[in-house]
Design a protein around this ligand. Structure first.
Ligand SMILES: C[S@@+](CC[C@H](N)C(=O)[O-])C[C@H]1O[C@@H](n2cnc3c(N)ncnc32)[C@H](O)[C@@H]1O
Length: 339
């Protein structure tokens, strides 16, 4: 019997799963008549998941997150029986002789050689089935999302792929599970894979939820391997961490000019409310962990569009165990758009 997984069953820097009751409470109490929500930096999609009763516009610039968004939120019909059978088949098939990109490039690093053989086989086969018309777009996304969650459960890392643990005993319990999709979706949901600043002027919504990266740590660096498997362009990789070229994937929100990007985005948004999550500014041990945009700048940028209020919640986010999160506080900035 195939096991299931839920949206929050993965590790992801800055994911807001634990904050959902707080976020939802603010929206329900402070915002009138919200029927559509833009989750412009969706990551895992956990915030969108808290608004399943609305029309969802879900966006992330990383392709692996876009596939996850399609899996969880696309209104396209999934044949659950055949999806289950396919995942079971992938769990049982003998891949011990497979030679593929994943095996050649990543064996005995983040995963054992045998698990790499299996990941590479599955990813290649999904593409073949999709091209042959045996899977629709959401079914393809569901299998790849299942693959990514399976990888996350056993990867030889501390949760991200900046490095792998040397001389590790590999976990070989690789197991695809079925995404739990037993909820109703709005038929007008849309998923996007764009820079949020480009998307902003193309959509309208009642509430725009913004959860950009807040420090210099790029998600394409931390999750390069998941992005690599999702895209499956089989690029060359370099260095001990075996990262592909990510120069076209870097986020403007991780640069010193992040404030200019936020201002550009906020100026363009066509919505009645803007809700921004931004971690506090406490000085951390690691410089790259320091927030890029000051509170004064945030208040100035949002204040151009309307009245702003701040709601706070003490929150211990994901940490690689280096004690960088002392006194961390998660804040929500709510702007009631007037101009
Ligand atoms: C803090 S995480 C979001 C976490 C998400 N709310 C969750 O609960 O999982 C920030 C996300 O923004 C994405 N991102 C960074 N810059 C972006 C941009 N310019 N446009 C769209 N997405 C971007 C990253 O890929 C990352 O997934």
């Amino acid at each position: 019997m195939l096991r299931t997984f839920e949206i929050n069953n993965r590790r992801y820097l800055g994911n807001k799963f634990k904050l959902l009751p707080f976020i939802r409470r603010i929206v329900d109490k402070e915002c009138d008549n919200v029927t559509s929500v833009l989750d412009a930096f969706s990551g895992t999609g956990s915030v969108s998941f808290a608004f399943l009763d609305k029309q969802l516009l879900v966006n992330d610039m990383m392709y692996c997150n876009y596939l996850a968004a399609l899996c969880w939120f696309s209104p396209q019909v999934v044949n659950r029986k055949s999806l289950e059978e396919l995942l079971e088949y992938y769990n049982k098939i003998d891949t011990s002789k497979e030679d593929n990109y994943m095996y050649q490039t990543f064996r005995d690093t983040y995963f054992s050689a045998n698990v790499c053989r299996r990941i590479g086989y599955i990813r290649e086969d999904v593409e073949r089935k999709f091209t042959a018309g045996e899977l629709n777009e959401r079914e393809r996304a569901a299998v790849i999302t299942s693959l990514i969650y399976a990888m996350d459960r056993i990867s030889n890392t501390y949760g991200h792929y900046d490095s792998y643990i040397q001389h590790a005993i590999y976990n070989n319990n690789f197991e695809l599970r079925q995404p739990k999709l037993d909820y109703n979706l709005n038929h007008e949901n849309h998923c996007f894979n764009m820079d949020a600043n480009l998307l902003a002027s193309e959509v309208t919504c009642d509430l725009a939820y913004l959860d950009p990266p807040y420090n210099s740590r790029n998600y394409c660096d931390a999750y390069h391997l998941l992005e690599n498997v999702a895209r499956w362009e089989q690029p060359e990789v370099v260095g001990v961490a075996r990262k592909m070229d990510r120069s076209a994937m870097k986020s403007e929100y991780c640069k010193v000019t992040a404030n200019e990007s936020l201002e550009d985005l906020v100026d363009k948004l066509r919505c009645r409310y803007i809700l921004l999550s931004y971690n506090n500014n406490g000085q951390k041990l690691q410089i790259r962990s320091n927030a890029k945009i000051s509170d004064n700048e945030i208040m100035r940028i949002l204040g151009k569009r309307g009245e702003v209020r701040v709601f706070t919640h003490d929150f211990k986010p994901f940490s690689a165990g280096r004690g960088e999160n002392v006194g961390n506080q998660e804040r929500l900035f709510l702007c009631v758009v007037q101009r």
